[in-house]
Design a protein around this ligand. Structure first.
Ligand SMILES: [Mn+2]
Length: 393
């Protein structure tokens, strides 16, 4: 049997078939490539629609140290807390200036932070070195909170995260003001470094991170924003710290802050104290507010009466219309408001409407659990109340 032709025909068919499948394969590859390109174009259009409007940030618009007068002295508010000190040191480094602290001693937490990282304490704002200098304010803009030594006519820049109010400083000329509703002035400073395209040295990063921990109670305060959280993550990464290490460090900071055993009642109430000038129908009201974040409430409870006596003394010394003191337990989120006279009690009852849990004569203590932040929780309702009511006692 002659099988040769049959075999020949089979191999011919096979060749034809394989050529056909090669064509199919080529077509499939081409179609795949076309659809991939179309898909990429569509995705670019959908997700990057804004990028087409974007233009590069022109570097000549960056505000650098050259735009701010040389050797500006940067200082925080009248109570030297961690945010004020970190803000002053970081702003001085960024803008080629000098940091200063307010006249009083650092609070125990801030002293702990500087010692822990081996960072030098800045000179006081009243130092003779700072005569005839330009000034930069960090972490405040209220007239009543500007430390002594600062020449108010020579302020050239403000970096803050508080409300601007009728008590805020006003100027005869425009100036650089960067105030953002974030959890700490140090978060605004972090942003200033990014804006300036400047590297944040580790030493500054450690300070800024500590100040964000302090002001936001390690991101637990109601004042915390996504910017504070982002800055914390950034510093954690830069400094190679795990989240457990940051939490441990935060607790050590809070414990340092809570140890007020060696501090007089008068000074404890002033450790984190601010004055506010608030509007009221019969004229402005000068309010003093001492805050105390603590991890150890017992010590405060034992000193109740002596704190209230100290408050009356401060009220007289600073000629305040109202004086409040609010210790906040940062571990249990509970807080109390100390009311040293009848007027304060009436205002507090009308403003916060919480239960009085202790009283003796004209002294009283209100349970304000849930209210934590002076800036966020305590002050705004008080501003609202005083705007429409006169003080009565
Ligand atoms: Mn602050």
């Amino acid at each position: 049997m002659d099988i040769q032709p049959l075999l020949g025909e089979t191999s011919l068919n096979q060749t034809k078939r394989s050529r056909k499948s090669n064509i199919y394969l080529a077509v499939a590859v081409v179609l795949f490539l076309i659809s991939a390109v179309v898909l990429i174009i569509l995705l670019t259009l959908v997700f990057d629609i804004h990028r087409s409007e974007n233009t590069e940030f022109p570097p000549e618009f960056l505000v650098t140290e050259e735009d701010i007068p040389k050797s500006v002295v940067f200082v925080g508010h009248t109570r030297c807390d961690t945010d004020s000190i970190a803000g002053a040191i970081s702003a001085a480094y960024l803008f080629d200036g000098v940091p200063a602290k307010c006249v009083d001693n650092l609070n125990p937490e801030t002293a702990y932070v500087l010692k822990h990282w081996g960072i030098e304490e800045p000179l006081s704002s009243t130092s003779s070195e700072f005569k005839d200098r330009k000034w930069g304010l960090v972490d405040h803009s209220e007239l009543a909170q500007i430390p002594s030594g600062v020449d108010k006519e020579e302020i050239v820049i403000i970096i803050d995260h508080h409300q601007m109010s009728s008590g805020s400083i006003s100027f005869s000329a425009p100036m650089y003001i960067d105030a953002r509703p974030w959890g700490s002035a140090s978060t605004v400073m972090t942003w200033k470094y990014f804006e300036s395209r400047r590297h944040i040295p580790d030493e500054i990063a450690k300070l800024l991170m500590s100040a964000i921990i302090s002001d936001t109670i390690n991101l637990r305060s109601s004042t915390t924003t996504k910017f504070d959280t982002r800055a914390m993550l950034y510093f954690r990464e830069q400094l190679g710290m795990s989240s457990e290490e940051v939490d441990q460090y935060a607790l050590a900071m809070f414990k340092a802050k809570s140890d007020v055993s060696g501090i007089s009642d008068y000074n404890v109430t002033l450790l984190d104290f601010k004055q506010y000038n608030m509007e009221s129908p019969a004229g402005n009201v000068l309010v003093g507010w001492g805050a105390a974040e603590t991890a150890l409430t017992d010590e405060y409870l034992q000193r109740n009466t002596s704190f209230l006596e100290a408050m009356l003394q401060i009220k007289a010394d600073q000629q305040l219309d109202l004086m409040f003191f609010a210790p906040v337990n940062i571990l249990s989120d509970s807080s109390t408001l100390y009311l040293c006279a009848e007027t304060e009690r009436i205002v507090a009852q009308n403003t916060y409407g919480r239960q009085i849990i202790w009283s003796s004569g004209t002294y009283a203590i209100m349970d304000t659990t849930g209210l934590m932040s002076r800036k966020h929780d305590f002050i705004p309702p008080l501003v609202d109340y005083l705007k429409n009511h006169n003080l009565t006692a």
